[in-house]
Design a protein around this ligand. Sequence first.
Ligand code: ATP
Ligand code: MG
Length: 169
Amino acid sequence: MRLFIAINFDSETKSKIIDVQNKLREIAAGRFTRPENLHLTIFFLGEVEDYRAILPCMKKNFTEEIELCFSGVGSFRSNLYWIGIKENPALNRLYRNLCADLDKYGFKTDAKEIFKPHVTLAREVSVNKDKVNISFDEFKMSANRLSLMKSERINGKLTYTEIYGVSVK
Ligand code: ATP
Ligand code: MG
């Protein structure tokens, strides 16, 4: 199965993200992330058969809430648009430690680029403007759960399901 480790959002945060997504919708066409699929990927695993060793790695490294600050809209390859997460040492540490521990069990991330935490708003975007300039007031969320997510197509619909989670308080 196709797996990734992620932080999911509470409903208040989701609605703030959707407000920003709607600003993009006004000026662009594309494949917009459905509200239930909005998330922050920490570590993309890709195809995994036996995920048991992943669970203790998550538990060991997610021990404290991480405060996320959502800030700015940007794009990758000019057609994937996202909301960025402000420079965050605790989040970087989580990523690094997960990489190190998962590596011991032979799990390599498929990620080709450096860790750039972001929330994907839309893919395959085409904009009818020269420049996309979307601004919003930064907002924050304390992340207290780290989730192992399964990604699959169900009746053609991209669906993410949590198969394991670690909570901290
Ligand atoms: P789709 O592939 O249908 O456009 P998706 O990318 O959201 O949708 P997945 O490919 O299953 O669905 O990816 C799940 C999560 O992992 C997403 O947040 C995606 O951005 C991230 N991801 C996927 N592939 C990689 C990769 N090679 N490197 C880093 N992150 C990845
Ligand atoms: Mg993908």
